[in-house]
Design a protein around this ligand. Structure first.
Ligand code: ADE
Ligand code: ZN
Length: 322
């Protein structure tokens, strides 16, 4: 079966990380911004490991200077998603990257992103919601400011708060204040954990940040007690197999723990993370899971059901998807 047109729900996508390389190159040229070191000779993004990936990602965001740039980026991203059969997506939006770390224009950036999302919904039939996301290696103080941006714009479109960035920096609990502020504003919560950090980082995310979803979380496979906890507490994992393989966490999809986690009763979903960086698409993710584990239409429908149920959207929106 070709999975291209199969209706998909994607819960874990970084807005800038989904920028097509040609789009970033074009903006760099238009604005005469030097972003040497971002691209390989063949024009794709280039990085050697996770920490290098994060710095290349940040270097690429230097060309995204105005709300209009984010309007164009949003359309470029959603075109790719829609072309891969995605009907509902949640995107990680970092006010830090909108406007090169100056958070004061966040509302204008958000307005431009929403306008583009509305246009894409009309023209391409894809629904987008935003998760404001702090960047872990920018530290807890910046995270608080980001949570304030999130709280001020919380509503039916900004529906969640999360954290990405370098899991090697600090502890989940250092960011509890930011997550508490977001929770009080009515936002739903997720954080990256159990990608580069071991099982303890997932326990910490649940205990200290009280999130209901975990970005990645795949290293839970190393701790049977954690697996039991994820099942008992109905925690949903935003699993990105292609990203984990591209960044060297697992040698190939066949060795990836997604199938073992699912078979143990954990709610897993599938996303791309930063598709052009990892040379992946939602279609390819499905194809590789079919090849590695023999998953079929029923398996993917169940996966999408878990994703819809865990989506940070209103019941009305949920009822419209798929
Ligand atoms: N930001 C973008 N992609 C990420 C990833 N895979 N892990 C943590 N932070 C990220
Ligand atoms: Zn991610």
């Amino acid at each position: 079966m070709s999975w291209k047109t199969f209706p998909k729900v994607e819960l874990h996508l970084h807005h800038e990380g989904a920028a097509p390389p040609a789009f970033i190159r074009g903006l760099a040229k238009e604005k005469s911004v030097n972003i040497s070191g971002v691209f390989a000779e063949d024009g794709s993004y280039v990085f050697t490991d996770f920490v290098h990936f994060l710095s290349v990602y940040e270097a690429a965001t230097q060309v995204l200077k105005t709300p209009e740039d984010y309007h164009r980026l949003t359309l470029a991203v959603l075109e790719q998603s829609a072309a891969n059969g995605v009907v509902y997506s949640e995107t990680f939006l970092s006010p830090d990257f909108c406007g090169n770390r100056d958070l004061s224009a966040w509302r204008e950036f958000l307005h431009a992103i929403r306008e583009a999302a509305d246009q894409a919904e009309r023209d391409m039939g894809i629904t987008l919601r935003g998760i404001v996301t702090c960047v872990r290696h920018f530290g807890p103080d910046k995270a608080k400011q980001t949570a304030r941006c999130a709280a001020e714009t919380a509503g039916d479109w900004i529906t969640g708060f999360g954290m990405g960035g370098d899991e090697g920096q600090g502890r989940q609990g250092d960011f509890a204040y930011a997550f508490d502020m977001a929770r009080e504003a009515g936002l739903r919560l997720t954080t990256h954990a159990g990608e580069w950090g071991g099982p303890q980082s997932v326990h910490d995310a649940l205990d200290d940040l009280r999130v209901e979803r975990i970005g990645h979380g795949v290293r839970a496979i190393e701790d049977p007690a954690l697996i039991e906890r994820l099942v008992a507490e109905n925690i949903v994992l935003e699993v990105c197999p292609g990203s984990n393989v591209a960044l060297g966490l697992y040698p190939d999809v066949a060795s990836h723990p997604i199938a073992r986690l699912r078979d143990a009763g954990v709610k897993v979903t599938v996303s791309t993370d930063d598709p052009p960086f990892f040379h992946s698409t939602m279609t390819q993710e499905y194809e590789q899971l079919e090849q590695a584990f023999g998953w079929d239409e029923e398996d993917f429908a169940a996966l999408n059901r878990s994703a819809i149920d865990a989506a940070f959207c209103t019941e009305d929106t949920r009822a419209r998807i798929i």
